[in-house]
Design a protein around this ligand. Structure first.
Ligand code: BGP
Length: 483
């Protein structure tokens, strides 16, 4: 078995989790800049973990100190990007997934003229990547929308934000058309229900008690905006490809009792609803029936369904970290996953953060998504967060990470061998960075260690972990040598 010629190996980062420089060169505050350090995820009440209030936002906006807002620091990629890109090139990266921070380009989201210093920064990054032979895969919205749009409009609940986003995308397509041919619109488009503020700038106390209805209205605006961006990208950049990006939350029935299977089927359909709209260009009938029964009516303009039909994506990308099970037994033991709370699978090991490690689940996910959508796939996030240790001699021994990736790559190979068209693979966090859900750096994902702790202390120097050299070999042999 082997990976196809031209398979793209690399890694994935996001502006708000690496750049830092939160208020430099004209950048406006983003929703990520008010995320505080929260190392303990409350498994029983994730909503409380991600809850945001107008009061908390106002406090954070008044606080110019970065010390308790780790995403304001990132790992200083804004100033160290050349060194980091050279390390990625040393591993042999053919692709790097990265995001453009919307509020670096339009600080409040509503300016008519973009911030040239922001545009120039990403142009320098893309020029360096071209020199190094690393192709960009650019995410346009990765949990970092302008905070001003959240405060002024309650985020994406207001249709005006569609025009703001379309203007941001068009500006990027025109400015970077010579560097970038692969784009993603919304990171984990399905996450709006799990963390409405991070994904769409929705502030619960502004929703009048109808937060779920606000989420689906905001989602509709995002889906329309995404479809408009897809069409615009194809016009501005001939040969460009735009993908959707889904949190693949593969769920198994806890038992073979039919009620568990039915509940699991619904959970998986709920997860795929979002990519269904972006791939097929229409809302699934079953999903709309469920919303109707929950009293949720999405307000649409007459042209919206036509826009969705004309803006279908070219490929399907997704994040995959873990799987979980579903059960109708209220006493079933639950465990946290990637911003979700699932029923524990007794056959699988868990990471320190409770995420259940399931390489076979990646094969299952690839087969399922390819059979459903018949579009090329791209794995754009996969990896394991762990507490790595920097030894006195500057080495970092992470055999568990090598084992995690080796087992996942073997399952990817089986899916490709079964006929799945897989464009490429970008591991999440090829360099240690700030966790999205907890703002920890100590939850380390990288092949590269960053000497910084959760409170921002450290040299921020970079160190190659053992897995750095292993991944270098995997890429050099196009996945043949996984030992
Ligand atoms: C995904 C996000 C990434 C990344 C990843 C790991 O949901 O798209 O930005 O953060 O999760 O999760 P965490 O950082 O919470 O460990």
């Amino acid at each position: 078995m082997s990976f196809p010629e031209g398979f793209l190996w690399g890694g994935a980062i996001a502006a708000n989790q690496v750049e830092g420089a939160w208020d430099e060169d004209g950048k406006g505050m983003s929703v990520a800049d008010i995320a505080t350090y929260k190392p303990h995820v409350d498994v029983k009440d994730y909503a409380a973990h991600v809850a945001v209030s107008t009061e908390a936002i106002e406090k954070a906006m008044a606080d110019t100190d970065a010390s308790c807002y780790p995403k304001r620091r990132g790992i200083d990629f804004y100033h160290r990007y050349e060194e980091d890109l050279e390390l990625f090139a040393e591993m042999g990266f053919q692709v790097l997934r990265l995001s453009i921070a919307w509020s670096r380009i339009f600080p409040t989201g509503e300016e008519e003229t973009p911030n040239e210093a922001g545009l120039a920064f990403y142009e320098r990054v893309f020029q360096k990547m071209r020199k190094l032979g690393i192709e960009p895969l650019v995410t346009l919205s990765h949990y970092e929308m302008p905070l001003a749009l959240a405060v002024k409009y309650n985020g994406w609940t207001d249709r005006k934000v569609i025009d703001c986003f379309v203007r941001f995308c068009h500006t990027c397509f025109v400015r970077y058309k010579d560097y970038v041919r692969m784009w993603l619109t919304f990171n984990e488009v399905d996450s709006i229900i799990r963390h409405p503020f991070t994904t769409a700038g929705i502030i619960p106390d502004r929703c009048g008690g109808r937060e779920l209805a606000c989420c689906y209205q905001a989602l509709h605006h995002q889906l329309v905006a995404s479809a408009l961006a897809v069409k615009d990208c194809h016009g501005v950049i001939p040969g460009s490809q735009v993908g959707c990006m889904l949190t693949k939350l593969t769920t198994y029935p806890r038992t073979c009792q039919p009620e568990d299977v039915a509940a699991t089927q619904q959970k998986n359909l709920d997860n795929l609803f979002y990519s269904d709209v972006m791939v097929f260009g229409e809302y699934p009938r079953l999903a709309m029936r469920r919303l109707e029964k929950e009293g949720i009516a999405i307000e649409m303009e007459p042209q919206d369904l036509g826009i969705l039909r004309e803006g279908c994506v070219d490929f399907v990308s997704f994040s995959y970290y873990m799987s979980m099970t579903e059960s109708v037994d209220p006493e079933a033991e639950r465990t946290p996953g990637n911003t979700v709370l699932g029923v524990k699978n007794p056959y699988l090991p868990s990471s320190e953060w409770g995420w259940q490690i399931d390489p076979v689940g990646l094969r299952i996910s690839l087969i399922e998504l390819y059979d459903r959508y018949r579009r090329p796939l791209f794995i754009v996030e996969n990896g394991i967060g762990n507490r790595d240790v920097l030894e006195a001699d500057g080495t970092v021994h992470d055999p568990y990470r090598i084992d995690y990736f080796r087992r996942h790559f073997r399952e990817m190979e089986k899916a490709v061998d079964a006929g799945v068209e897989l464009m490429g693979y970008t591991s999440w966090g090829p360099i240690d960075l700030v966790s999205a859900s907890t703002s920890q750096i100590s939850k380390r994902y990288g092949f590269i260690y960053v000497d910084a702790d959760d409170l921002g202390n450290g040299t921020y120097d970079r160190y190659r972990k053992d897995s750095f050299y292993w991944y270098q070999k995997v890429i050099a042999t196009n996945g043949q040598d996984l030992d």
